[in-house]
Design a binder for this molecule. Structure first.
Ligand SMILES: Nc1ncnc2c1ncn2[C@@H]1O[C@H](COP(=O)(O)OP(=O)(O)OP(=O)(O)O)[C@@H](O)[C@H]1O
Length: 266
């Protein structure tokens, strides 16, 4: 097993975040001819992907097809063997530790587990990134940040609850709030609806769409959930055997000539 880089989202010197440039055609993530193998196993054979500012890009693929590996290359948790992986025009594999820390402030990721600290209340879980990442210490400012993001995810009443008091869907919302609170420019969602019942899954998908509009984030959403894809996607990429085999809107791909692509829509 190759060792993955450790996640450390606490930059030592964090400056005020720059406002995103308003250029709708800007490419914020660009991947070209990306290849990644583990031992003799070729996981990514030829990945090409571009994420435009403000768009929701859904990646569909069977289990084990390399979707998470792609996301880990984007945040520098894994390094590709060949090809380019650029975020905001800068090659991730060339970044030093300081640049990687800055990258992980601009790029938020929500992994399947949600990653809340179970011993901390919702308020403390949400204050944590404000204090550690944005170096905010003024209590009024912290309160405002926490209350605003809780309103956004529809859980203002949960502020003093412990994670163990929350349902799976609520934990997912708080996990999302915890990522969004530092206002990342790019969001990476790794199977955001996995393990949730159909109604809660739909609510989370709708929330992802609302957050795109409210925070103007650009997002890559990895999912098997076709309803999530239908609700959230501006564009969909289909991954097969380590390479993308189709690209289009939900409606376009549902009518694809490829049986493999259509198989997701059944
Ligand atoms: N650090 C690693 N070391 C060795 N093999 C790995 C490592 N990370 C991923 N793999 C292998 O790469 C393949 C793709 O994994 P990945 O997690 O990207 O799949 P996925 O498409 O996200 O699947 P799932 O939907 O099941 O999460 C798997 O066979 C996995 O075992």
């Amino acid at each position: 097993m190759e060792k993955e880089a450790k996640i450390d989202i606490q930059p030592e010197e964090t400056s005020e975040k720059e406002a995103p440039k308003a250029n709708a055609n800007e490419i914020v993530v660009e991947i070209k001819n990306l290849k990644k193998s583990f031992g003799s196993k070729d996981v990514l054979t030829n990945i090409n992907l571009s994420l435009k500012r403000g768009e929701n890009l859904v990646v569909l693929g069977r289990s084990g097809s390399g979707k998470s590996v792609t996301i880990k290359c984007i945040v520098g948790l894994l390094t590709q063997d060949e090809g380019e992986c650029k975020v905001f025009g800068q090659e991730v594999s060339d970044m030093d530790d300081k640049e990687l820390k800055e990258l992980r402030v601009k790029v938020g990721f929500l992994f399947q587990s949600g990653a809340l600290y179970d011993s901390m209340s919702v308020r403390d879980n949400l204050e944590f990134p404000l204090i550690r990442v944005l170096k905010q210490h003024d209590q009024a400012e912290l309160d405002k940040g926490v209350n605003d993001v809780l309103q956004s995810v529809g859980l203002a009443d949960a502020i003093d609850k412990m994670p163990s008091d929350l349902s799976g869907g609520m934990r997912k919302r708080i996990g999302l709030a915890r990522t969004l609170i530092v206002k990342p420019e790019i969001m990476l969602y790794d199977e955001p609806t996995t393990g949730l019942d159909p109604i809660t899954s739909r609510e989370i998908s709708e929330l992802i769409l609302e957050m795109q509009k409210k925070y103007k984030t650009s997002s890559i959403i990895i999912t098997h959930d076709m309803e999530c894809a239908q609700i959230t996607a501006d564009r969909i990429l289909v991954l097969q055997d380590g390479a993308y085999v189709a690209e289009g809107t939900y409606e376009e791909l549902a009518k694809s000539e490829s049986e493999f692509v259509r198989s997701f829509f059944k």
